[in-house]
Design a protein around this ligand. Structure first.
Ligand code: TXA
Ligand code: MG
Length: 321
């Protein structure tokens, strides 16, 4: 059944809909989320339906304060509390032991629940009006590139949700880093926009879980997640012209256009040459080129350091499709 989707800036309207058990897309500093009352099984079920998301892929609960989660999470290890204090609000998601107040559907039955304190002011204001946490995955159909503007959300979920809270373009553009605590060690489950080095600066060396396709403990780790529809390949333009029609090659370039193909089909990841700017542009560029009539999108890995770890992780997954 099609619904009329509004894009607006009313935090109150968003709060009202969420309180009624409806879905609202929300801005965060990383990507837009598709939010619902995270402790209401019926509301959470609507997220899985709207995204066509498999039920084994658990959701993150968003809050504006860990104090509000007294009856939601329990036994927070000191190390995780320290990381939460130092690095949030911000793009870090932390797995914590859950109480029975968290419905199974939210965590896909797992004993821990993912918790995130986003830093986007509009969503912090929204959360302050609510007495429940918001379950919110990225607001894209399952397996597609995450949205970084309200319009991106509308393009794919328009007609399925009543309201998109517009908070402008996401300032970071890449999902949060997800961590767990296992046998006294911090484990990074998903490389994201909080740098591993920022975590290590606070708690010392951590384990970074490598990509897994079989039984991932963070299903966001599945290869071929985040992929555009046009195949993405990690090859040079020179290699691509050997295999494809010149006018049908899209190119996500680092900071300079290739002279081998039309500039119309090329987008620069970082004119300034910084990984921050590349992260900010990555998903938007994939989407823009995906809308053109192309046979292939080519790009190269970036420097394997800082935010580059997360960018390369997304690129490898997108190319695995
Ligand atoms: O930046 C972000 O984290 C965005 C914004 C909207 O907050 N959210 C986001 O959610 O990326 P999502 O659902 O697209 O990706 C979260 C990933 C899921 O793929 C899931 O595998 C993992 O987090 N996850 C959630 N709860 C988990 C749990 N209890 N145990 C292990 N992994 C979990
Ligand atoms: Mg996602």
């Amino acid at each position: 059944m099609a619904v009329n989707t509004m894009i607006g800036t009313s935090v109150r309207a968003a709060a009202e809909l969420l309180t009624q058990g409806q879905l609202v897309a929300i801005p965060t500093e990383t990507v837009y989320g598709l939010a619902a009352n995270g402790v209401s099984p019926a509301s959470v079920a609507k997220i899985f339906a709207a995204k066509s998301r498999p039920s084994f892929d658990p959701l993150i609960l968003h809050t504006d304060s860990l104090h509000k989660l007294q009856d939601i999470v329990t036994d927070i290890p000191t190390t995780l509390q320290t990381l939460a204090d130092e690095l949030t609000p911000g793009p870090l998601t932390i797995l914590m032991r859950r109480t029975s107040k968290v419905p199974d559907i939210t965590t896909s039955g797992l004993p821990k629940v993912a918790i995130r304190l986003p830093s986007h002011p509009t969503t912090l204001e929204l959360l302050s009006l609510l007495d429940f946490p918001l379950a919110a995955p990225s607001a894209n159909p399952f397996g597609y590139v995450s949205p970084t503007t309200a319009q991106h959300v509308f393009d794919q979920l328009g007609g399925k949700i009543p309201y998109i809270l517009d908070g402008g373009r996401c300032s970071i553009g890449l999902e949060s880093t997800i961590i767990d605590y296992q046998e006294g060690q911090v484990v990074v489950l998903r490389k994201g926009s909080t740098k591993v080095s920022s975590i290590e600066a606070i708690v010392g060396p951590v384990t970074v879980q490598s990509a897994s396709t079989s039984r991932p403990s963070a299903p966001g780790m599945l290869s071929n997640h985040y992929a555009p529809k046009v195949p993405l390949r990690l090859i040079s333009v020179a290699e691509a012209v050997a295999d494809y029609d010149q006018s049908q090659i899209g190119h996500i370039a680092w900071s300079q256009y290739s002279p081998l193909i039309p500039e119309d089909n090329q987008l620069l990841l970082s004119p300034n040459g910084t990984l921050e700017e590349a992260a900010f542009n990555l998903f938007a560029h994939m989407r823009e080129l995906d809308q053109k009539d192309l046979q292939v999108i080519v790009t190269n890995l970036v420097a394997e350091e800082g935010l580059g770890l997360a960018i390369n992780d997304k690129l490898r997954r997108a190319a695995a499709k």
